[in-house]
Write a protein that binds this ligand. Structure first.
Ligand SMILES: *Cc1c(COP(=O)(O)O)cnc(C)c1O
Length: 409
């Protein structure tokens, strides 16, 4: 396998280290093949919001497995997961299940282009929307510069249609918007960014995107693959009170199995085949095992609404870590629901450049010292943190005590 892994961040390249290999997981813990235990603050990058190996979810998967693992035909369970999602995310009038977050955002882009008959996309620097050709683009030196491919393999002819603008920068957005609005199919954003560390969008910034896209007949896409069912039941769109035209989902809604979904305004979704002309399909889409796991998890989240408790616990953890870290080391943090972020910077970052400027050196040594102590944070300052309902005060206090040992305070 290239780099020994099936997804790049797992290789620990950002922290000049090598990955641990996992044997099993339970509650707040990962257990590696060498017999070490770790308190896990990645949670499979989001889905494990009720902890690993949740007995109800495991049972739902086993029960479905007895009935068959894939039919390639519609099931009632797909309708009911769609209804569950719509009940808490009313912007989703119609939905389609897919198999990953990448598929969800890719399909949103095609649909937006098919619906508007336009080609250009605005995204924001530091936002990750999966490895979709049109979305793997970062800004050039100036905001009005046309995008350059971020990865070899993406034709320049395609990259040219995507313009990346600094996150949380209203003026930069307006400048690009005005220059291309007649060609603008969609604006796509992580309203709470979780792929440049963790950075919430400013409310007036997100509202500007809503107003301008609406005026212009362009599609506003909220990529809530990470934030959906992570920051609150209704996602970031509920917290901000902003209704996007389309939403991409993934991660939590699969309960740990490979799932994505996208949905939104019926008028736009009706452009999808077989109702409309925009083609999108999937052999395993709406897979019964994945839908069973996702339905079970979403039902539990609706029943327990754990988001305030998760946020309070994340705040407790980070406040205490900050207290234990040597005072001369800059440290800032933030948290919403079950997501959090910390940076070795005095001021909490507001965009990608701020994250780049935060200390790599302090991050790398903190990450390695924690891992040695059995604490598993994401192996990059460009990733968010995740907490579950199984991260009890007792476990968090153990983590805080270990950080105390690391810094000798
Ligand atoms: C993880 C993620 C994706 C991609 O999802 P995959 O399931 O990895 O393809 C897209 N957008 C955001 C915001 C993500 O966090």
């Amino acid at each position: 396998m290239p780099g020994g892994v099936n997804s790049p961040v797992r290789a620990f390249g950002n922290v000049n280290s090598t990955p641990i290999f996992i044997k099993r997981a339970s509650g707040a813990y990962l257990h590696d093949v060498d017999g070490n235990d770790y308190v896990d603050f990645i949670g499979s990058w989001g889905p494990m919001i009720l902890g690993h190996s949740n007995p109800k979810i495991i049972k739902a998967i086993k029960d479905q497995a007895d009935l068959g693992t894939s039919y390639g035909a519609p099931t009632e369970a797909e309708t009911s997961i769609g209804e569950l999602i719509r009940s808490v995310m009313p912007s989703i009038e119609k939905i389609r299940m897919v198999n990953s977050g990448t598929e969800a955002t890719m399909s949103c882009i095609r649909l937006a282009r098919g619906y508007t008959g336009r080609n250009k996309i605005i995204k924001f620097t530091g936002c990750y929307h999966g490895h979709v050709d049109s979305l793997l683009i970062k800004a050039g030196s100036g905001v009005s510069t046309f995008g350059l491919p971020d990865s070899p393999g993406i034709p320049e002819e395609l990259a040219r249609h995507t313009i990346s603008v600094p996150f949380n920068d209203i003026n930069a957005f307006l400048e690009v918007f005005e220059s291309i609005k007649s060609e603008l199919a969609a604006v796509i954003i992580e309203p709470i960014a979780g792929n440049m560390g963790f950075i919430p969008g400013d409310k007036d910034f997100l509202e500007t995107l809503r107003i301008k896209t609406h005026e212009n007949g362009s599609v506003l896409i909220f990529d809530e693959v990470m934030t959906g069912f992570r920051v609150s039941l209704g996602g970031a769109q509920e917290l901000y009170g902003i209704t996007p035209d389309l939403t991409a989902l993934g991660k939590v809604i699969g309960g740990g199995l490979p799932v994505g979904a996208f949905g939104g305004k019926a008028e736009i979704m009706n452009f999808l085949a077989p109702e409309g002309p925009v083609y999108q399909a999937g052999t395993l889409s709406g897979n019964p095992l994945a839908v069973a796991a996702g339905k079970c998890l979403i039902n539990e989240l609706i029943k327990t609404n754990p988001y305030d408790e998760l946020e309070a616990n994340a705040n407790y953890l980070l406040t205490n870590i900050k207290d234990e870290i040597n005072k001369e080391i800059p440290f800032s943090f933030n948290q919403i629901g079950g997501m959090f972020g910390f940076f070795f910077a005095n001021e909490f970052p507001n965009n990608f450049d701020d994250v780049v400027a935060s200390s790599d050196k302090y991050f790398e040594s903190f990450f390695k010292d924690c891992l040695n102590q059995g604490i598993y944070f994401a192996p990059s300052k460009y990733e968010a943190g995740f907490i579950s309902t199984k991260h009890t005060k007792k476990i968090l206090d153990e983590v805080i005590n270990k950080v105390k040992v690391i810094y000798g305070t």
